[in-house]
Design a protein around this ligand. Sequence first.
Ligand SMILES: Cc1cc2nc3c(=O)[nH]c(=O)nc-3n(C[C@H](O)[C@H](O)[C@H](O)COP(=O)(O)O)c2cc1C
Length: 313
Amino acid sequence: MKGKISLSTEFLGKKTKSPLVLPAGIMGMTWSGMRYVIENGCGIITSKSLTLESRSGHPGPVVAEFAGGLLNCMGLCNPGIIDGLAEINDFKKLMPEIPVIASVFATTAEDFAELSRYVNDSKSDFLELNLSCPNVMDEFGLPLAGSKEQVTDIVKLVKKVSKIPVIAKLSPNVTNLSEIAVTAEAAGADALCMINTLGPGMLVDIDLVKPVLSNRTGGVSGVCVKPIALRAVYESYSRVTIPIIGTGGIASGSDAVEMLMSGASLVGVGSAVYAGGIEVFNIINQGIAEYLKKHNYTNIGQIPRLEKLHEQA
Ligand SMILES: Cc1cc2nc3c(=O)[nH]c(=O)nc-3n(C[C@H](O)[C@H](O)[C@H](O)COP(=O)(O)O)c2cc1C
């Protein structure tokens, strides 16, 4: 097959030049951070998860690196919904064609609905419900994405209010993730994003004889979570028809292709930005393009998908 290779794709009716997404919590706090990421090859931005009131998060240290990735206990620090959306609006003035996902976090369906009213009045293209933060469990209890009832209540209420498509971000820290994916779809979610960080986990400073993170524990992300993210996406893809943003441990072009093959429509790249620097987006784009070329494909829609689970003999 001949023709120019293109990484552009469409997600819920919006065009993007690359399938790579900046996931929530990674450089998506300010318009300048968002622009920097896009200028370096990313296709779609997700904001930091925004709450009704600003939050200072946990005291440092809140991020620790280890051989397999990152441990973080940021504690949802964010400027609050009003100031957070102002950053998105400023970014959209500069780059109106780039899709932006506004991520929000609350603990009740009513507060999620309140947040989505604010997002309606912004220039955000999509609304992402963070149903799954593991590093604020001391404060808020188990992730909402662990309960089918809560996922149903939140997604249903938000869908009544939201004027833009709604993405449910799910947690890997449940025993029935694909069941929760089906539940979110049934409640009206337009897309899914998975996975949030795994855990909580812990690292120990052996000289100080104490946990490395101030909060003792945090969410695990980066290369070590890739197999879990791929499995989560694949099992959910086998059971739902809505698109999935596959996130977790993606650091190379071949990782991204694995994620697309497992059923993702877009691919999140978070911790790899810490590990590999901002160049990582262009490196991954290039790796995907090389894969397309090797197999005589011209666009990512031609990458074959794994046979769905229930389709297997
Ligand atoms: C420092 C840090 C902060 C994060 N903050 C958020 C957040 O605010 N909201 C959210 O939904 N996910 C948050 N996440 C999870 C990421 O969006 C992503 O789902 C996870 O890190 C897995 O992807 P990765 O392995 O590519 O990093 C955060 C992750 C990290 C490392």
